[in-house]
Write a protein that binds this ligand. Structure first.
Ligand code: THU
Length: 161
């Protein structure tokens, strides 16, 4: 037996001002997306914004339902919408953030496990690392590629259909 270690590189930005103009725009789009969230059960309004290779920005927000598991996270709403509308345009970056009662949360909103799994396949289709921006009211964390957030990934099906 060998003890193994997994190192996860990421960047921490002190504020939105420290971000590049492109990243800042994506975070601001994600904040704007929280306004279309439908979250009467959790009151947790999540917004996601992704940038396609063409430069197009696509927003998504969490959509809940009284049958709780029928709802969908902001990230997957944006990812599935983008691929259904622009299937040939790969996803380059995604930003996620949440607000409660109209105020961006002071804590980070990380993509959930299911969204990470979908991000894996999105990145594989793009054949390039997908930049993930995790927002809060102040700081922003940036992960270059989904393997930083999901290092041990299920992707060994014998054949993809
Ligand atoms: N949620 C997201 O939209 N994205 C995440 O990454 C985490 C959780 C939503 C799902 C649900 O509508 C609410 O946040 C509370 O879990």
């Amino acid at each position: 037996m060998k003890k193994m270690t997994c190192v996860i590189p990421y960047e921490e930005y002190e504020s939105f001002d420290e971000l590049s103009a492109q990243d800042r725009q994506l975070m601001e789009e994600a904040i704007a997306a929280t306004e279309t969230s439908y979250a009467p059960y959790s009151n947790f309004n999540v917004g996601a914004a992704l940038r396609l290779r063409s430069g197009r920005i696509v927003r998504g927000s969490n959509q809940e339902n009284a049958a709780y598991p029928s709802g969908l996270c902001a990230e997957r709403t944006a990812l599935f919408y983008a691929h259904s509308a622009w299937p040939q345009d790969p996803v380059e970056a995604l930003a996620v953030v949440a607000s409660v009662d109209g105020t961006v949360t002071p804590t980070f909103t990380y993509p959930c496990g299911a969204c990470r799994q979908v991000l894996v396949e999105t990145e594989q289709r793009a054949q390039a690392p997908l930049r993930i921006l995790v927002g809060s009211a102040q700081k922003v964390l940036v992960f270059e590629g989904i393997s930083s957030l999901l290092p041990f990934v299920f992707d060994n099906l014998p054949e993809k259909h």
